[in-house]
Design a protein. Structure first.
Lengths: 130, 130
DNA sequence: GCTTGACCTCAAGTTGGCTTGAAGTTGTAT
DNA sequence: ATACAACTTCAAGCCAACTTGAGGTCAAGC
């Protein structure tokens, strides 16, 4: 069992954020000792997952829907498949963007937006949009 | 030369967003016809790039710094390298997250956070953080 | 010449994700 | 028993990225 400052220290999340997450039901404290919240260690991977979801561009609400606002599994396989596909698309876009950036770094075209290689990268990145 | 509604139609950006981007200097209109803005076609790839930058989690300010708020190249190769590295890290995280999600979809562990395979995924995802 | 509709400006409002501040409550050390 | 530091609540504030709304302008068609 961890108190909030211990959890904060171990996750890098400020205590205010942890309280906020508890307020909106993304994490739960296992109980209180006096007034003070106590958290189980299992919230740590949960926080990791939340951070990853944010990196993937999901809102806290979406993340809550996926990982369960309580702690029941809440597994909607179809929804998960949709998310996985979205992440796939994003990975493709990011890969193209990264390659474009790396190319620009060594490219001597007068304007990067006019560099044919860069434009191709943009087109590739957009493939699955629309 | 495109008027704002034509640009909006071709990019999917609402006109309000295009005006906002012009306000903050992310794009420029090439002139006016009466009151109405006229845009060059070259803003289209620029808008694409802005959207990609957002997907990568950069703020509009950061994007502006990278692609130039005016239209001078503004190439800070070192800054670009840093961005490319950040995107690399993000791609790794997203890949792990996607794999984790795909695994969960077919995994029968009682609680996903306890599934050893999933935990490994989280650990991998975090490797380059800190 | 007058209406219409697509544009304009500028200020204010909205949403998400937190943070900050004031005021109160503990358990521990002196 | 008291002072202290670390917690608590709750409301309000903040920033980014837009959107909305009120009120104005202009060109084109009737």
């Amino acid at each position: 069992m961890l108190d909030i400052s211990e959890l904060s220290r171990r996750t890098g999340c400020p205590a205010s954020k942890l309280r906020y997450y508890e307020d909106i039901g993304l994490i739960r404290s296992a109980g209180r000792k006096g007034l003070k919240r106590l958290f189980e260690e299992s919230v740590i991977p949960r926080l990791t997952l939340i951070a990853l979801g944010q990196t993937a561009g999901f809102s806290l609400t979406e993340i809550g829907a996926l990982i369960g606002t309580g702690d029941r599994p809440e597994l909607d396989r179809q929804a998960l498949g949709v998310r996985a596909d979205a992440i796939d698309r994003q990975i493709r876009e990011l890969t193209a963007l990264r390659d474009g950036i790396r190319h620009i770094m060594t490219c001597s075209a007068p304007s990067h937006l006019e560099c044919p290689r860069f434009q191709r990268v943009l087109r590739v990145a957009l493939k699955r949009r629309s």
